[in-house]
Design a protein around this ligand. Structure first.
Ligand code: F3S
Length: 69
């Protein structure tokens, strides 16, 4: 079985560029300061894995961690 992906936004690094939110709105939520948080527990549905990698590679602060479980 393929590994499942999980995402996490490092709050020390996130500067609110919000590219993650525009690229993968299902996976990220913005707080009142404009910083992103992973939706729910960060688990990525198989259908959104491409978007998870896309968001990670487009964050200018390298704040998004994608791990395989
Ligand atoms: Fe933050 Fe990067 Fe998204 S800076 S808002 S995690 S694009």
């Amino acid at each position: 079985m393929a590994a499942k992906l999980k995402i996490r936004v490092d709050q020390d690094k996130c500067q609110g560029h919000a590219r993650c939110k525009s690229l993968a709105p299902e996976l990220f939520e913005l707080d009142e300061f404009g910083n992103a948080h992973e939706t729910g527990d960060g688990s990525v549905p198989a259908s959104l894995e491409d978007k998870a990698w896309l968001a990670q590679s487009n964050c200018p602060e390298i704040a998004i961690e994608v791990t395989e479980e």
